[in-house]
Ligand binder design. Structure first.
Ligand code: ADP
Length: 338
């Protein structure tokens, strides 16, 4: 389902919550909307998910205008929209399985179908054995899994995730994001992910729009925005990014290339700050391909580590390695499979 927003405006008395927002949200992708608290994200979601009408502007699903549909049709359309929230919004009086059954009961699915689908959805979210669990006995991550299963019950074509991982710890966040990515592919969903965390955008989204004071200040593919952020708002979000834990080795070295490299250079103390590599490149006919690096404090001194490949003629590489060692840098060589 492709979603098109044209010049959406929503004002609450004097607050311009959403000001002239136009966006094109592609089908079968995960689209992130990032903004600080008060930027207008929730208001925008209410407009896009047809919970609220804009003061002006238009919403299209697959080219069809939907914001001005009669109330009955809006209710029908909303049945194919799944939503999950930060605080899960589950019924504590119902078991996990009966929470998932709830929207199907509203849509008057036959009993047998509900039973079968609840089992299927529990399996999908990895909680096949928790059908009868009271909600209070579930962890945060499990609650969000049940909420996801419930959101998918009536086979939606759009899934809105409103700060869905904000109440979860980093590890659970990664698991829930992986689940959402998996489900998005399996069910061909268009996912709109509202967040204030750049990690969520980095780890889960294909596209992102940055919202500030009710306006889209930047949008594009996540790759492009990360490589070349154009506004201060975006740069500010990026400055709070924590390093992707999967790419940090135990010794603190951050590896950004999937291709393993042969050499590990260790720089101690003052050499961390001297331009050893630049000197070597100037002196010898070799090329450095750096795939990871890090800096650690060892007691009172600093140690820099660089993981790289050094290419050139065998003579040039050997001469360069000798010169590196002469400058007091430790060189380790490791056979790696490429
Ligand atoms: P976000 O989700 O990014 O935190 P919101 O969309 O909740 O932002 O809010 C944007 C602005 O609109 C805020 O200043 C908020 O106080 C105001 N606002 C949102 N909803 C209402 C409402 N129902 N009534 C009055 N003001 C609102």
């Amino acid at each position: 389902m492709q979603i098109e927003l044209k010049n959406l405006v929503r004002t609450y008395e004097t607050v311009h919550a959403v000001q002239d927002v136009s966006l094109s949200i592609p089908s079968n992708r995960i689209f992130g909307i990032i903004g600080l608290s008060g930027a207008g994200k929730s208001t925008l979601v209410r407009l896009v998910s047809l919970l609220e009408k804009p003061d002006s502007g238009e919403v299209f699903y697959d080219g069809q205008r939907v914001d001005d549909l009669p109330e009955k049709e809006i209710i029908n359309r909303r049945r194919h929209i799944g939503m999950i929230f930060q605080n899960f919004n589950l019924f504590s009086s119902r078991t996990a399985g009966r929470n998932i059954a709830y929207p199907m009961e509203i849509c008057r699915y036959p009993k047998e179908k509900i039973k079968a689908r609840v089992a299927e959805l529990l399996e999908l979210v990895g909680l096949a054995d928790r059908a009868d669990a009271p909600i209070s006995t579930l962890s945060g991550g499990q609650k969000q899994r049940i909420a996801i299963a419930r959101a998918l019950a009536c086979e939606p074509d759009i899934l809105f995730c409103d700060e869905a991982t904000s109440a979860l710890d980093p590890k659970t966040t990664q698991q829930i994001l992986a689940l959402i990515k998996d489900i998005q592919k399996k069910m061909n969903l268009t996912v709109v992910m509202i967040t204030h965390q750049m990690e969520v955008v980095r780890d889960a989204c294909d596209y992102v729009a940055v919202l500030s004071e009710g306006r889209v200040v930047e949008q594009g593919t996540v790759k492009d925005i990360f490589a070349n952020p154009k506004t201060n708002v975006t740069r500010e979000f990026m400055s709070h990014l924590t390093t992707n834990t999967q790419s940090v080795r135990e010794d603190g070295v951050v590896i950004w290339s999937d291709v393993p490299a042969h050499y590990t250079l260790r720089f101690l103390n003052d050499r961390v700050e001297t331009p050893v590599i630049s000197d070597i490149i100037r002196e010898f006919d070799v090329v450095f391909n750096i795939s990871g690096a890090g800096i650690q404090k060892v007691g009172d001194t600093k140690m820099g580590t660089m993981v790289c490949d050094i290419t050139g003629s065998p003579e040039a590489v050997n001469a360069a390695l000798d010169a590196i060692r002469e400058r007091g840098v430790t060189v380790e060589y490791e056979e790696v499979e490429k």
